[in-house]
Design a protein around this ligand. Structure first.
Ligand code: DGJ
Length: 729
């Protein structure tokens, strides 16, 4: 188990409980990829590197290395020397010439995992993870590349990152630094990725991998609504339960590229990293650059196992918050209730009625500061608007606390309104290109978080509020994507660093926040779900999933999000109908059932709610308290997808000890002449006897998993049911 090096054959073997990853060295010291797949007891040989086949390795054929390099399965390919597939590392020397060639120098293997400086990254203690660092060098540049691999045995995850150091005498420019590469033979692969838009995030798409390059990416400065830093290659016919899956997810919240390339030899190269467009990093002698982390997993039991590996991994080894494994307070957020139009009296009345229904926290959203009564002013002026909130935040907090409720608050620390005192005082604090009108989006600019004084200001604004009133939750929002990438403080030859420096700046400020306020419940958000990524999960245990709160639209958004992110992290609320985003009317119960698959809360004006709907809130609150431990900690199974069958949706969460399972079934569209649907469960003990709660009906796990249970037909669209099976024997 763990990681070992076989000196004789020069093979590194990285084992997890169910997978093996093999790396081999060529005689010249090229670091090659031998195998990633299901667990091997005896390591395969390095003959799989095909060094004996033409075109042969340079030291064997004693000839040119060109064709060899364009075929050899590289662990970390470099550009400019003859491998024409996508490279992971492009460097330009002091003369302006490209080219870098990495050869093995040494390695070290240790138990545990070191932190990545300035970046979010997974963690684990010595019993949980082992790390291999292969040091390679390019002697001409004086460049050292440390390729890090950490094997998390139980979760079947391998993380990768790279650290580049200038050990030479001259500076050089990094033009591209990816985090991971996987060279494999093609297996008729299909590629799965996530696409979307504002209020339509993370829809799953799948298609045949053709010759050439297929990619998803972001150049928007965030991980984006539109595409997502995740992709998987799957063998034909892969389902939730069967098929081979190779997946990569990126612990990063800025520009990315996730690309699969099918080559002339019918091999496939998967790469993942920071997008090279608008990226560059200048390294003086002695300086280093650390790449973000890629999270790889392999499953030979379909997408289901991939999903559960990621869920366990993120819950146990990435999300640090003390709330990760705790039931969060049920919140009511006033955004869809009031938008900008609220005052203390209104908020207190919402809180009072919410409290009566069992809700535990009021979150005051956008509009409490400066002179903000619409989205066109005051970002940056984080002082309370006393016209709306006389007595300020501490008075409001006292009022809310006196009701027995907690108070949460909204911020957008990374942005600045042109109509703000901050902008009038510091126009150069906004990202902008000299001589150009900066592009406004949602009437705002983005602060230059590469600058320390700007970060300090933003941090102090948030911290001062939290120090001054009893506020227990922050929703950290970011409502636009980045443009006008110029900084008043970066030298011309460093300007290409700005996108990445901004991401690092956001991480730094959030790190300070969770360090000074360890008890704070932080929820990240970005115009809905534009930054729902592993990078942000390192700082906040939950992220707002989407501004689309329609229960039916949420089915696909939450299915895509849950493909790798645990339900415990998915911000999900019950809102009013007709839904503000799509105008659809759905049963209140269905809205509750869908939101129960996330953090659960409300986003509506409870003072105006239909009494019949309001009467259901205490019932939903009770369901949350009853099921949240299971939903938060259990194993998630996707049983049917409306995306595929166009009629109904179904998922389940099973307890890890197989003692219970909660099934959520949504009949999206009603049909005539329909009989009940047979749903086959997963994650149960075959010989366990289970009772469907409330019915007295008992079945063995084997029957439920092989033959299934019958989900009843409902009259009407958008109806749903919860089915709780409890093991009785
Ligand atoms: C976008 C968020 O997703 C919404 O929930 C809300 O907080 C608005 N921003 C406020 O501007």
């Amino acid at each position: 188990m763990g990681i070992c090096f076989e000196e004789k054959r020069k093979i590194f073997k990285l084992d997890t409980d169910k997978t093996t990853y093999l790396i081999g060295l060529s005689p010249e010291g090229y670091v090659g990829h031998i195998y990633y797949g299901s667990r091997l007891v005896h390591p395969a040989g390095n003959s799989l590197l095909r060094m004996e086949e033409d075109p042969r390795t340079p030291s064997v054929n004693d000839r040119e290395k060109g064709t060899f390099l364009d075929k050899f399965p590289m662990e970390y390919p470099t550009g400019g020397i003859g491998d024409y597939r996508e490279s992971c590392l492009n460097v330009r020397d002091v003369h302006g010439c490209p080219g870098c060639e990495l050869r093995y120098v040494s390695h070290r293997i240790y138990k545990g995992k070191e932190k990545l400086e300035g970046l979010p990254a997974s963690f684990g203690v010595e019993e949980e993870v082992e790390t291999l660092v292969i040091t390679c060098a390019d002697e001409v540049l004086g460049l050292t590349a440390e390729l890090s691999y950490s094997a998390f045995a139980k979760e079947n995850i391998i993380t990768r990152s790279v650290r580049i150091t200038n050990n030479g005498q001259q500076p050089f420019e990094l033009e591209k630094v990816y985090s991971a590469c996987l060279d494999m033979d093609n297996q008729d692969f299909e590629m799965i990725s996530l696409h979307g838009a504002w209020a339509r995030e993370r829809h799953i798409q799948q298609g045949q991998l053709k010759y050439g390059k297929q990619l998803v990416s972001s150049l928007r400065g965030d991980s984006s609504h539109q595409e997502h830093p995740f992709f998987a290659l799957v063998t034909p016919g892969t389902t939730q339960r069967q098929g081979e899956v190779y997946a990569m997810n990126f612990v990063y919240s800025g520009n990315f590229i996730a690309q699969a390339e099918r080559t002339q030899y019918d091999t496939v190269r998967m790469v993942l990293g920071i997008h090279p467009e608008n990226f560059g990093w200048h390294l003086e002698p002695g300086e280093s650059f650390q790449s973000p982390e890629a999270v790889l997993t392999y499953s030979d039991e379909g997408l289901g196992r991939m999903t559960r590996s990621y869920h366990d991994f993120y819950r146990n080894h990435l999300i640090r918050s003390k709330y990760t494994h705790q039931k969060r307070p049920i919140l009511i957020n006033n955004w869809e209730a009031t938008y900008f139009n609220f005052d203390t009296e209104k908020l207190v009345e919402i809180a009072r009625q919410a409290k009566e229904c069992g809700i535990e926290m009021l979150v005051m959203d956008d509009g409490w500061f400066g002179k903000r009564s619409f989205d066109d002013s005051s970002l940056g002026d984080w002082t309370v608007n006393e016209e709306k909130l006389p007595g300020g935040l501490s008075y409001l907090a006292d009022q809310i606390n006196a009701l027995g409720m907690k108070l949460g608050i909204w911020f957008e620390p990374e942005c600045i309104s042109p109509d703000s005192d901050l902008y009038r005082a510091h126009p150069d604090w906004a990202l902008q290109i000299p001589g150009r009108d900066a592009t406004k989006s949602r009437c705002q600019y983005v602060l230059d978080f590469s600058r320390k004084e700007v970060r300090d200001y933003a941090y102090e604004c948030v911290a001062k509020v939290l120090r001054g009133a009893n506020i227990e939750y922050v929703k950290w929002d970011m409502n636009r994507q980045l443009s006008d990438m110029g900084s008043a403080c970066l030298a011309a030859d460093r300007m290409k660093e700005l996108f990445h420096r901004n991401v690092l700046g956001v991480y730094e400020v959030q790190e300070r926040l969770v360090t000074e306020f360890p008890d704070l419940l932080l929820e990240n958000c970005s115009g809905g779900g534009a930054r729902f990524d592993p990078g942000m999960l390192y700082y906040s245990p939950q992220i707002w999933c989407s501004d689309n709160t329609d229960a039916i639209e949420r089915l696909m958004i939450q299915e895509g999000t849950a493909l790798m992110y645990p339900l415990s992290a998915m911000g999900a609320h019950v809102s009013t109908c007709p839904n503000h985003a799509v105008g659809r009317t759905t049963p209140f119960a269905t809205r509750g059932h869908v939101a129960l698959a996330g953090t659960f809360g409300y986003e509506l004006d409870i003072t105006k709610l239909d009494p019949q709907e309001k009467a259901q809130i205490p019932e939903q609150v009770a369901l949350y308290h009853k099921y949240n431990d299971l939903v938060r900690e259990g194993d998630y199974y996707r049983l049917a997808s409306w995306r595929e069958n166009h009629r109904y949706d179904c998922w389940a969460v099973a307890a890890k000890d197989q003692s219970e399972i909660l099934v959520t079934y949504v009949q999206v569209l009603a049909e005539t002449k329909m009989q009940s649907r047979r749903i086959r469960l997963e994650g149960l003990a075959a010989d366990g006897l289970y009772e469907l709660e409330g019915t007295g009906c008992r079945c063995y796990g084997e029957e439920l998993m092989k033959a299934g249970f019958l989900a009843p037909v409902f009259h009407g669209d958008f109806a749903s049911g919860l089915y709780h099976f409890v093991r009785v024997e």
